[in-house]
Write a protein that binds this ligand. Structure first.
Ligand SMILES: *Cc1c(COP(=O)(O)O)cnc(C)c1O
Length: 376
């Protein structure tokens, strides 16, 4: 049995090595390391893939969120609603910019923040909502956009884990996740569904004015060279990373499909284990399984994790501490209501290996060990 990993980037690379190597070599031959043509080419290809007007690439997914927030002209202590159960980046940038993160609980089945919990947390100081499409499946975007309209709020989708997923509106219209809010953000961290070979990120919008502002903020607040209209940052996607992403974007749908197939095999095999809750799929969003996350009941999560590890199977806890309990937020975050679900999830979640190169033998081995643990 080969070494099992949470994510197998090496095999994935080997399968597209010729294309990747030649794309990287091209950038080096041209020494166009910053803002080379590959950055424009990748941005255009991603924009047509997502069917969105503007794609602004930047240094990483956390920068994407920060720059998105900076473009909204908010005031200190303005409130931004964010789920308590997510990766810290979604909320960290709010505090960094001097705004107030208002954390709300999530839904047990989908792991995602609900429109209902968001609406309960709205005050006169609320200015924006950051729904996070956790583990690869969309939040209730239609209802969230209705709330945003009603209370005049901005919506920034954190799509770092769900690039490629589709959202289905009640009228049947289908749109890519990340393109429904006023701004969408993503990360190209290597292990993400569309990952590069270092850091990278992007911001999406259909709004021309916001796009112009976002571009300006990424580039030291200037449109015209050395004329700085606002305070910005330096956040760029390296040309080499763009060249890699331009190759990998062609495979994104196939990658999503491979993840989905692996997830389906896991879920089918585990369906009769009473102490496991397999991921649920909603009717309004496809699932691109950035993570395959189980809920392990009756306090057996850590025991199962250890059993798998002893059998050469890595399994990870995303996320062990909800954000409202993180020390960094104790002073600044507001908590809206009870966080029972986020807390329960932190005790129950366990993510199994999930990537595009999981072969049937490996999946069968992982399944057999999980079944064995539960004496099945
Ligand atoms: C990965 C991730 C980010 C941050 O992306 P980086 O590129 O690592 O900065 C933000 N939000 C979520 C939900 C993520 O999973």
């Amino acid at each position: 049995m080969k070494n099992i990993q949470m994510v197998d980037l090496k095999t994935q690379y080997n399968n597209i090595k010729l294309e990747i190597d030649s794309a990287i070599k091209h950038v080096i031959d041209n020494t166009s390391f910053i803002n080379g043509q590959e950055v424009t080419s990748f941005s255009n290809h991603l924009a047509s893939y997502l069917e969105i007007k503007h794609v602004i690439t930047c240094g990483n997914g956390t920068d994407a969120l920060q720059i998105a927030l900076m473009s909204l002209d908010l005031k200190p202590n303005d409130e931004i609603i964010v789920p308590a159960f997510t990766f810290i980046a979604s909320a960290e940038v709010i505090g960094l910019l001097g705004y107030r993160p208002v954390m709300v609980d999530v839904d047990y089945n989908s792991f995602n923040v609900t429109a209902k919990n968001i609406e309960k947390a709205i005050t006169i100081n609320t200015k924006a909502i950051i729904p996070v499409h956790l583990f690869g499946q969309g939040c209730q975007m239609e209802a969230i956009m209705d709330i945003a309209k009603k209370y005049d709020l901005f919506v920034i989708e954190d799509n770092a884990q769900a690039i490629g997923a589709d959202y289905k509106f009640i009228n049947g219209k289908i749109q890519k996740l990340g393109t429904i809010g006023h701004i969408g953000c993503t990360s190209f961290f290597p292990s993400k569904n569309l990952g590069c070979y270092g850091d990278g990120g992007a911001i999406f919008t259909n709004d021309d004015q916001l796009a112009q502002k976002l571009r300006m903020i990424c580039n030291h607040g200037m449109k015209e060279r050395y004329h700085h209209e606002v305070l910005g940052v330096n956040s760029r996607l390296d040309t080499i990373q763009a060249a890699i992403l331009d190759v990998k974007l062609k495979y994104l749908d196939q990658y999503c499909k491979l993840r989905y197939e692996a997830a389906t095999r896991y879920s089918y095999a585990f369906k009769d284990i009473e102490e496991l809750v397999t991921p649920s799929e909603s009717y309004f969003s496809t699932h691109v399984y950035h993570q395959y996350t189980l809920k392990v009941l009756n306090g057996k999560r850590d025991e199962l994790r250890k059993y798998l590890q002893d059998n050469g199977i890595p399994a990870m806890i995303y996320y062990p501490i909800p954000l409202h309990k993180q020390e960094a937020f104790l002073q600044i975050a507001h908590q809206n209501g009870e966080m029972n679900v986020s807390e329960q999830l932190s005790d129950e979640v366990l993510s199994l290996p999930m990537h595009t190169e999981l072969d049937l033998g490996t999946i069968a081995y992982i399944i057999s060990k999980v079944l064995q643990f539960f004496n099945k």
